[in-house]
Design a protein around this ligand. Structure first.
Ligand code: ADP
Ligand code: CDP
Length: 682
């Protein structure tokens, strides 16, 4: 079994989205978080094995998988989004464990309930902890429901908050004569937790759960009941107040189960379609009108704001209807998560949008009412908030803003929708900076790729950084680090000349025949994938670095027709969110309007030494003196040729990195980049 640990690589500090002006195409949603984690736990508790397909791969599902593995469930990965879980059949296999549950409420609450019940009946000691924010999210209502049953639960931090210590000795019993009582007006997850845990105690007697207070977020309870039925537990429901788990209940695996696409995740694309799908509908695959997820009702709210939505069994198609969107006044209690998306749609409405009955927002990943109000104001919106409501009036003048995301995936995904501001008349349209964009990993790790896969931007709005300079000055290294730090695309233009050279060699063409070489360049079947260069689908990355290829590249790159043949290909790399382009003429010829131009140099001695080290480390033998002579000859040819000679653009910033480390060079250029950004620092 491979590890499910979250990546430990440092997170990208921000992602700048350029102004977006349309959406088109098809997006496929990742699996629902709520369904994924419920199904995993039920599969872990039931008898038999369950193949779970279309499972969401995210931070929250990873902690659940890790927890189940720590509890002794065998988990086998069947594919990128499928696992097979061998259930415990209601018997603890491990009597002691410490479980780290990150910030996953959908893991903490039901695991706490299930382990409290099992420890009481069978004996055991379990500790459940999470990140700091998890320790601020209340769980007292669940603890208060379980303690009267005889469950021994301690809160060693603050009473009513995780971490939790659960313990019991073998042969214990649960006090189930009276109904189990739980509050339902703060979070429905406590009721869900009990509904999933108490079938473990219902083999011989019925268990009754009574809800105190008005039950909120009922659709999530419906998901729970629906999935319990799939695992053999038919709960009888009287209104939303009383739930009975029949005597003789026992979890049974359905064998295989498919997880629906996430309806809450769909909301961002439904909104994008309502705002920006003007020519043709945006198609969203993975959920449809018959979804069991409550957030599918977001469609009705989006329609009320003007969206045109067609639905099918497993798909939605969304197009702009009313424009500007219509401001609405909505009790959003039934769609607490997706309603955040309505707040951002409010930036595009014809008046003040009011969302009320949303008190649960205050105890989610962050205090979402306060966070949303603070951040939307940065765009220039007029936002008011109350204990359980929020109202938004669109900006009359849009500001370029850096949006804090509070380790809350939904804040990040919501913020991205502000990038369509040009469609709301922002003049000029402004970019949006999303801070800590990696927080989307909680439910939708590929969100920004998915968004940028369907969103369009005017090429002129897509920012470009150019890095030009002589051979072995470190352009490629600097550019790929910059691109990684900014989440931008990278164009290694030298690779296009090298690939052309390789094509000439392979075709046995005459390198002196300008028209023939240009014809090869014009139909270069080149693709860049994950740091590799593919020519006609074959990985040629290593062959492109051969000296004979570099030498020929240097010669043919002096031919004007060859340069002209590669222009369109290079311009095509300018795609949202942005581009870092390195070469000889990026700032002078190909991207003369680039927002930042760097001319990178280092002494010839330094460069020869770097190239020498680079070759030796690849196991290629090399001679320092001849490398240096070669490099100086190449510099001379690059600088003296008439077509796009190597020289700094007039507005380029010069960086001599002879005495700078790679990190220091990257830092310097990122600092220059900040200088030209429009984002307010607060
Ligand atoms: N600032 C730097 N300090 C030291 N070595 C560097 C620096 N920048 C790049 N290098 C090293 O120099 C070598 C050549 O860099 P590369 O990026 O391939 O150059 P270019 O793309 O300009 O030909 C690489 O091995 C790289 O690790
Ligand atoms: N924009 C560019 C990029 C590279 N080139 C040429 O293409 C050759 C290979 O580029 P490269 O950047 O991979 O080469 P090195 O700097 O690694 O030698 C160089 O010798 C340049 O002459 C160019 O003319 N214009």
């Amino acid at each position: 079994m491979e590890s499910h640990r979250a990546e430990t690589a440092p997170r990208q500090p921000f992602l700048d989205l350029p102004p977006l002006n349309g959406v088109a195409g098809t997006v496929r949603l990742p699996g629902s978080k709520s369904i994924s984690n419920r199904v995993l736990l039920l599969a872990g508790l039931c008898a038999g094995t369950t193949a779970v397909h279309d499972l969401l791969d995210s931070d929250d599902t990873r902690v659940m998988l890790d927890a189940l593995a720590a509890l002794g469930c065998d988990i086998e990965r069947l594919g990128p989004s499928s696992v097979r879980v061998q259930g415990l059949d209601g018997r603890l296999r491990v009597q002691e464990a410490r479980l780290f549950l990150g910030n996953a409420g959908t893991a903490m609450r039901p695991l706490a309930a299930a382990l409290a019940v099992l420890a009481t009946l069978q004996g055991g000691r379990f500790e459940l902890a999470g990140v700091a924010r998890m320790h601020e999210r209340p769980i007292g209502d669940l603890v208060d429901a379980l303690r009267p049953l005889g469950c021994n639960i301690a809160c060693p931090g603050n009473e009513g908050y995780p971490p939790l210590r659960l313990s019991g000795s073998a042969g214990g019993a649960l006090a189930l004569d009276a109904p189990v009582r739980v509050r339902g007006d703060v979070s429905s997850q406590f009721l869900t937790a009990l509904l999933m845990a108490l079938p473990l105690a219902a083999a011989e007697r019925a268990v009754v759960i009574e809800v105190e207070g008005e039950l909120i977020s009922r659709p999530y309870v419906e998901i729970t009941l629906n999935l319990l039925a799939r695992f053999g537990i038919d709960v009888r429901r009287e209104g939303w107040q009383r739930f009975t788990i029949p005597a003789g209940s026992a979890y049974r695996s359905p064998g295989a189960i498919h997880v629906e696409g996430d309806a809450s995740s769909a909301s961002y694309f439904i909104a994008a379609g309502a705002i920006a799908a003007t020519a043709a509908p945006l198609r969203i695959e993975g959920v449809g009108a018959d979804s069991i997820q409550g957030d599918i009702h977001f469609i009705e709210a989006a329609r009320a704001m003007g969206a045109e939505v067609l639905t099918g069994p497993n798909w939605l198609e969304v197009q702009r209807g009313a424009w500007p969107l219509r401001a609405i006044d909505l009790d959003a209690n039934h769609i607490p998560d997706a309603a955040m998306t309505l707040a951002v749609m409010g930036l595009y409405a014809d008046g003040r949008t009011r969302l009320h009955n949303i008190a649960s927002w205050r105890v989610k990943e962050t205090d979402r009412i306060s966070a949303m109000a603070t951040e939307l104001r940065k765009f220039g919106a007029m936002v008011d908030e109350g204990e359980d409501w929020l109202s938004i009036e669109p900006p009359s003048h849009w500001h370029a803003a850096a949006i804090h995301t509070y380790d809350d995936h939904r804040m990040a995904m919501c913020a991205s929708l502000a990038a369509f501001n040009g469609l709301a008349g922002a003049t000029p349209p402004v970019p949006v900076r999303v801070l800590d964009p990696g927080c989307v990993a909680k439910t939708f790790p590929t969100y920004f790729d998915a968004l940028l896969g369907v969103a369009t931007a005017s090429q002129q709005q897509v920012p470009v950084i150019t890095v030009d300079g002589p051979t072995a000055s470190g352009k490629g290294t600097l550019s790929s680090e910059l691109a990684a730090a900014l989440g931008y695309h990278h164009l290694d233009s030298g690779a296009l000349y090298r690939a052309t050279a390789l094509a000439v060699l392979e075709a046995g063409a005459d390198a002196g025949n300008e028209a023939a070489v240009a014809a090869l360049a014009a139909r270069l079947p080149i693709r860049f994938e994950l740091q590799r260069v593919l020519l006609e689908g074959i990985d040629v990355s290593d062959r492109l670095r051969e000296e004979r290829v570099g030498l020929l590249a240097s010669q043919i790159s002096a031919l004007p027709a060859v340069r002209a043949a590669l222009v369109e290909l290079q311009l095509g790399f300018r795609r949202a969110p942005g581009l870092v382009a390195d070469g000889r003429d990026m700032g002078t010829v190909i991207f003369p309007g680039a927002a930042l131009k760097v001319f990178l140099t280092a002494s010839a001695a330094q460069r020869a030494e770097r190239r020498h080290k680079q070759l030796i480390s690849k196991g290629i033998s090399a001679n320092l003196d001849s490398l240096r002579a070669d490099l100086e000859a190449r510099d001379a040819r690059d600088m003296q040729r008439s077509a796009a000679p190597l020289r700094p653009a007039q507005d380029a910033r010069l960086l001599d990195n002879s005495a700078l480390s790679i990190e220091a060079s990257v830092e310097q250029v990122l600092a220059w980049w900040e200088d030209v950004q429009p984002f307010a620092t607060r």
